[in-house]
Design a protein around this ligand. Structure first.
Ligand code: M6R
Length: 615
């Protein structure tokens, strides 16, 4: 987690770094800090709190002139969030200053050694240990900063993206990465460093994404030198042309990124299938899949690894793949899979789903699956992300930047991609009839319109949110394809409103959760047209009999559930297998409005970060 930003060039560094930190705040927001070189020394300011708190503190504490600087927004790992543990951190001499995203696992033993050598520490962080290790190496080996960083990093175990500079050499920043992302923006006579490209997108479209175990010396007036940390080999870096634009990362008139992202779904789902789904011609074509389709056809099994919302998208995919492509599917929490000594063979295909493409557990699961010989396919949103590079092949979701910590458009676009993969595979295997195949292509093409329709109930949902905003608990129920939607609805509510919520398969309710139901308990039931409709109606009756309050998601025109439920949220009719793409919309809006009414920080809920780059 944590976001890092750096600048070296001819402009004032402070506004660039401050803006960059605001854009990276989704990565962590419990404290923030900045270090600038002002022409004679380092001006450093840091604080517990958000980047806006830093901005206030800076105005009365430091001189902000200078064209070299680094900044950090933190999600605490070692040491509580406070001013001292915030980054940047000085080395003991005060010459070096560092920012770090990641965890140095063996920091305790290094610290012990440094303490013996007379070093002192202000903070509880692993990062302060690292900067002093670099300083010690620099002194002992009598080497320049770049070399010292290289030697020091070869002694540490863990994950990092770092940027460090020396006040005695203010024409360079040294950066390195392992396990945490790091992009270098290449401008004219200026360079940017950041956890992703958003901090520098208005300045340059050219970026180098460092690979794991690479470092770069970024010096003014010279090309960026990239080296392998282990063998010191110079690397010819690939300069990628970025397609991001500023508008995509701004709120565009919405109160929150989450709301903007919910409303973007009709257009981003279209972006996801544009050029890949030609419904009239009966074609689904995914660039990353075509060369590897036989791997999928011959697979004994598909294993899906993911975390959080992406895991829920994987659960929806399980139904789709088994239903159409008749291949057994297992959906695994990446964090469990990686430590379970799972049985994986060369005949398995592993699909890794990740919005950020940086989730540490998913990445570790991919590495394990590759070691065991499986073919690994990625479904990622962030172009150039670590997971998209670590997988054998994959498909991007093309949802555009998702800034709100609560995933919304990532979920629906992941399902869109997984649906296309399953249809393509089913067609190849001949496990789906031509008419069913054509019907689903056609229905998928209509989904953006249906999502647009579902969004029109926003005001009605807002009114429902008002009634239930003070509830202490919520239960979410769904069956079949909509069971994962119930899980996702509950996750959305708890992560942004801090209301306790549980998702359950509706029939499973009788095996325990029904004991929770009384007149205080709102129960959100997904009761759209499906094979299980009658059964879900019975489940609703059971809840009613125990005085639970029913909020039902129903298909437009439904009359049965409408009579039973206390409140309804209507969605347009589609086929059951694609219904998660529409039933999830009212649940996103419900949790959004409840959180807003409770005064919660919707885009940056407490304790969370957008990409979980620590295990
Ligand atoms: O970037 P990823 O999709 O790998 O992230 C996985 C989870 O951390 C993420 O989906 C998380 O659960 C969301 N914040 C939930 O809204």
């Amino acid at each position: 987690m944590c976001g890092i930003v750096g600048y070296i060039g001819k402009r004032e560094a402070y506004p660039i770094i401050l803006n960059g930190l605001k854009r990276l705040e989704y990565r962590g927001y419990d404290s923030a800090g900045i270090a600038l070189y002002d022409g004679s020394g380092i001006q450093l300011c840091k604080t517990q709190g958000k980047v806006s708190d830093l901005e206030q503190k800076v105005s009365s504490h430091i001189n902000t002139t200078g064209s070299l600087g680094i900044g950090h927004t933190r999600w605490a790992t070692h040491g509580v969030p406070n001013d001292i543990n915030s980054h940047p951190h000085y080395s003991n001499s005060g010459n070096l200053v560092i920012i770090h995203n990641g965890i140095i696992e063996n920091y305790a033993s290094i610290k012990k050694e440094l303490l013996k050598r007379g070093y002192t520490f202000q903070s509880d962080t692993d990062t302060e240990v690292l900067v002093n290790l670099i300083e010690e190496v620099k002194k002992q080996e009598d080497v320049k900063l770049g070399k010292a960083v290289q030697i020091a990093l070869n002694q540490v175990v863990g994950a990092y993206a770092i940027a460090v500079f020396d006040k005695n050499k203010p024409d360079e920043i040294v950066v390195a990465k392992l396990g945490s992302p790091l992009a270098i923006g290449i401008g004219e006579d200026e360079f940017f460093v950041a956890s992703d490209a958003t901090p520098f997108i208005e300045f340059t479209n050219n970026a180098i994404y460092l690979e794991d175990e690479e470092m770069a010396i970024i010096r003014l007036g010279r090309e960026v030198r990239v080296r392998k940390l282990k063998n010191d080999k110079l690397v010819d870096p690939y300069i990628q042309e970025l397609k991001l634009n500023l508008e995509q990362i701004e709120k565009g008139g919405y109160d929150h990124f989450m709301l903007k992202e919910i409303y973007e779904q009709p257009s981003v789902i279209k972006d996801t299938y544009r050029g890949r789904l030609l419904a009239k011609k009966g074609i689904v074509k995914l660039g990353g899949l075509e060369d590897h389709i036989q791997k999928f056809v011959n697979a004994n099994r598909i294993i899906i690894v993911a975390c959080g919302t992406s895991w829920h998208a994987g659960l929806v995919a399980e139904y789709i793949f088994e239903d159409w492509a008749r291949v057994p599917v297992e959906v695994e929490y990446a964090s469990e899979f990686r430590y379970r000594n799972p049985i994986i063979t060369e005949k398995d295909v592993v699909i890794a789903i990740s919005q950020s493409g940086e989730t540490a557990d998913t990445l570790a699961a991919i590495k394990l699956a590759k070691q065991k010989g499986a073919f690994v396919y990625g479904v990622c949103n962030v172009v150039g992300s670590t997971i998209s590079r670590e997988t054998h092949s994959g498909t991007y979701t093309h949802a555009g930047p998702e800034i709100g910590v609560a995933s919304t458009k990532a979920f629906t676009t992941q399902i869109t991609v997984l649906t296309m993969i399953a249809l393509r595979l089913a067609k190849e295997k001949g496990t789906i009839s031509q008419s069913n195949y054509m019907k689903h292509l056609h229905e998928l093409e209509l989904i953006p319109d249906h999502v647009g329709e579902a969004l029109k109930s926003d005001e009605k949902i807002q009114a429902i949110a008002k009634v239930f905003k003070d509830a202490a608990n919520f239960l979410y129920l769904g069956r079949g394809y909509n069971f994962p939607v119930a899980l996702e609805g509950a996750l959305k509510l708890k992560e942004i409103s801090y209301i306790h919520a549980e998702g359950y398969p509706a029939a499973e309710m009788k095996h325990g959760p029904i004991a929770l139901i009384d007149e205080q308990m709102p129960v959100v039931v997904i009761a759209v047209n499906s094979n299980h409709y009658e059964k879900v109606v019975s489940n609703i009756e059971e809840i009613k009999a125990r005085k639970g309050k029913i909020i039902a998601v129903v298909t437009e025109g439904d009359t049965t559930v409408k009579e039973l439920a206390d409140y309804i949220m209507e969605v347009p009719k589609t086929v059951e297998s694609l219904s998660p793409l529409v039933t999830t919309i009212p649940l996103q809006l419900l949790s959004y409005h409840i959180a807003v009414m409770l005064g919660k920080n919707v885009d940056q809920p407490r304790n969370l970060a957008k990409s979980v780059t620590v295990e």
